[in-house]
Design a protein. Structure first.
Length: 709
């Protein structure tokens, strides 16, 4: 498949291929998600008989019924009351004020030296008194005193009037010393009136007025607490669970009349033919276009050649297809179970695959995107509704798998990672069950625990099984494959170790240098390390002609410069041929072939030039190609540095630094980095890291004065 993608890429170019694959990814997501948001519609008419039994295609909230239930709950809330002690004193003060007005009017009406009111001025006195108590009568408590009542009070002796006032006042206070609500007001007033009528301290003529004053001043002193009652009403409304039309619920049986309520429910579920899903389709279209566009941006920013971007995008497409297919399967069969089987979804599968095949950033984005899809597809009957439960479950499990691979990418162990993902699943399932506050049987709890662990194990198992297929189909050199190739028991590494032990040691040293430098600039350190293990395998053909394997003289002393040149220059091509024959990954073949680029074999060139001063350099240069990646450029520097520093007498920090600068500058000026994307800033960082690493490696070889004897 990688070759097929490469041919299409070369034919149509980067923009067409990358945008085309992104568009296919968008179509893939749209196809899987459309069934989730789309609804079957029926040709129904109001007040007609239904031609078939219709069931709700999705679970939707019924706002009308929900509001009715909330109103019913609000009506059932009993008002909260508060007792106000001050009301009794306030009403007693009103009684005192009223009788005070009467007494004042009585005194005003008296003539000089007479105890009786002047009959000629009674109308004026009554009018003045009426004006004085006008504000009291306007009170909503219902005080209404007739002229006869007022005259009966004015006619009383002053001491009798004050006695009547005291009795009325006492009756008001006696009633209001206990809580009194609106509902008991009439009974309390009647009781007070009966007490006054039976009181011999109140003259018969004054009883109607006294009773009216007492009744008006007996008011509720336990009033509704409006604020608290409103809070209780809101709490009651909020406590009502939304009324839902459940997926699969029968809305109408065949042959039944379609009344307004049934028709309303059909419209609510979006199942009438007059309704259109265009809003949902438009929303889904925007979602998949945004998702695919961001995916293209994420992959486009990677520092790899264009055809590799196309391959990576295709890998994501296939991973999406696989993941969405599993979600769709769970969505289809979920209705046959009484438990949430979505928890068995292998949440970390996509993240692990993409992390191992591409990189961490893409894996995180794919996991986030799949969690959003899970929120729409893994809904346990709530079609057309985004389920945060499912989305978070997939997100947490997927990120856990990615993080653990990130931390252990040099020694990936799938089983511990799978168990860790299962552990995160268990924690989330516990959170989910506690938040639902429902009752679960032992069997249901056992299922959820088993599903959570199984999802973790499935993630690792499926990833392990599918990884070789992806590697073979797309020509990808994954982290796991690199770890497999780094095993010292690999036949080719054994061959290097047994036939060229010096070369093997040199390769390990170069690997350490290259790995550290690559990690420092964000390149693939593991690829560089494993590539170094195999980069000089071509030396196994003529091992004795390379200095690190020589122990008894140098055979080049017996050869002409041309013969030595041919042997040395051949080891890169020979190594690539051996690796190609063993069907090793292309990345390792490239390292073997390119790690010398087109550098000049200076020693033998200058030796030959002594015999022919006009000898062209091209005859003594490696045939290349030059390094095509940052990793190979770093290996080129590390390869030369390790050999140079190893041959250095009494290496010191300053000598090593100068050697690093010299070799790096020489490669740069010779144009060896012209065909890869390494920057000067990155080269500066590479030199710094290599100095640190070499100082650590060769520190023990530095001779100290007290070592000399």
């Amino acid at each position: 498949m990688a070759g097929w993608i490469r041919r299409i890429y070369l034919r149509f170019g980067a923009p067409v291929v990358l945008i085309g694959i992104s568009f296919m990814t968008a179509l893939l997501m749209f196809g899987f998600l459309y069934d989730t948001i789309a609804t079957d519609t029926y040709e129904v008419e109001l007040f007609q008989l239904s031609e078939e039994t219709i069931r709700a295609a999705k679970t939707v909230e019924d706002p009308v019924r929900t509001e009715l239930e909330r109103e019913r709950a609000a009506e059932e809330v009993q008002p909260s009351y508060r007792y106000i002690e001050e009301i009794a004193d306030n009403q007693a003060a009103v009684v005192d004020s009223l009788f005070g007005y009467v007494l004042e009017a009585k005194r005003t009406a008296e003539t000089d030296g007479e105890d009786e009111p002047d009959p000629r001025s009674s109308d004026e006195v009554l009018s003045s008194l009426r004006e004085s108590i006008r504000l009291l009568e306007q009170n909503e408590n219902g005080l209404r005193l007739t002229d006869d009542m007022l005259l009966s009070l004015l006619a009383l002796e002053e001491d009798v009037l004050m006695r009547v006032e005291r009795e009325v006042r006492n009756q008001v206070l006696a009633v209001l010393q206990d809580p009194l609500r609106e509902a008991g007001l009439t009974q309390a007033r009647n009781s007070a009136e009966q007490e006054i009528r039976g009181d011999d301290q109140v003259p018969a003529a004054a009883i109607p007025a006294a009773a009216a004053i007492a009744r008006a001043n007996i008011v509720p002193n336990e009033l509704i607490n409006e604020e608290l009652t409103e809070q209780q009403i809101e709490q009651a409304r909020a406590s009502v669970e939304p009324t839902r039309i459940l997926q699969g619920q029968v809305l109408i049986q065949e042959g039944q009349l379609i009344d307004r309520e049934v028709y309303r429910q059909l419209e609510l579920a979006g199942m009438t033919e007059q309704q259109s899903n265009y809003r949902s389709v438009l929303a889904l279209g925007l979602f998949v276009l945004i998702a695919a566009g961001l995916l293209l941006l994420v992959l486009q920013s990677a520092k790899v050649e264009g055809v590799k971007k196309a391959i990576r995008l295709t890998i994501v497409f296939v991973v999406f297809a696989l993941s969405l297919a599993i979600m769709k399967l769970l969505e289809i069969i979920s209705g046959n179970f009484g438990v949430v089987i979505d928890f068995i979804y292998p949440t970390a599968l996509a993240g692990i695959l993409v992390r191992l095949l591409i990189d961490e950033r893409t894996a995180v984005y794919v996991t986030i995107l799949l969690s959003a899809c899970a929120g729409m597809m893994l809904q346990s009957g709530y079609a057309g509704v985004f389920q945060m439960d499912s989305a978070l479950y997939v997100l947490f499990g997927g990120l856990t798998g990615i993080y653990l691979i990130r931390n252990g990418h040099r020694s990936i162990r799938i089983l511990p990672i799978s168990l860790a993902v299962g552990g995160v699943h268990l924690l989330y399932v516990a959170f989910y069950l506690l938040m639902n506050q429902s009752q679960y049987t032992v069997e249901e709890l056992a299922f959820y625990v088993a599903a959570a662990l199984a999802a973790g194990l499935l993630s690792g198992t499926l990833a392990t099984g599918l990884l070789p297929l992806f590697e073979a189909a797309f020509g990808i050199l994954s982290t796991m494959k690199l770890l497999e190739l780094s095993n010292p028991n690999h036949p080719l590494l054994k061959k290097i170790l047994t036939e060229t032990p010096g070369t093997y040691h040199h390769s390990v040293m170069v690997a350490n240098l290259s790995d550290a430098a690559c990690e420092a600039i964000g390149a693939n350190g593991l690829l560089a390390r494993v590539g170094c293990y195999y980069h000089d395998i071509g030396k196994t053909i003529t091992p004795q002609y390379f200095i690190e394997n020589q122990s008894h003289g140098n055979p080049h002393d017996q050869l002409s410069p041309e013969q030595s040149r041919d042997i040395i220059l051949a080891h890169g091509k020979d190594g690539a041929a051996i690796l190609r024959k063993q069907k090793m990954p292309k990345e390792l073949i490239d390292i073997a072939e390119q790690h010398h680029g087109t550098t000049l074999l200076k020693f033998f060139y200058y030796k030959a030039k002594e015999q022919n001063d006009e000898l062209p350099e091209e005859q003594y240069r490696y045939t290349g190609p030059k390094p095509q990646s940052r990793e190979i450029a770093i290996i080129m520097v590390a390869d030369s540095l390790e050999a140079a520093v190893r041959s250095m007498e009494s290496p010191s920090t300053e000598k090593i630094r100068k050697m690093v600068d010299s070799i790096t500058e020489d490669k740069l000026k010779d144009g060896q980095f012209d065909e890869c994307d390494i920057t000067l800033k990155e080269l500066k960082r590479v030199k710094s890291v290599m100095c640190e690493t070499l100082n650590g490696i060769f520190h023990s070889r530095i001779a100290y004065p007290d070592d000399k004897k």
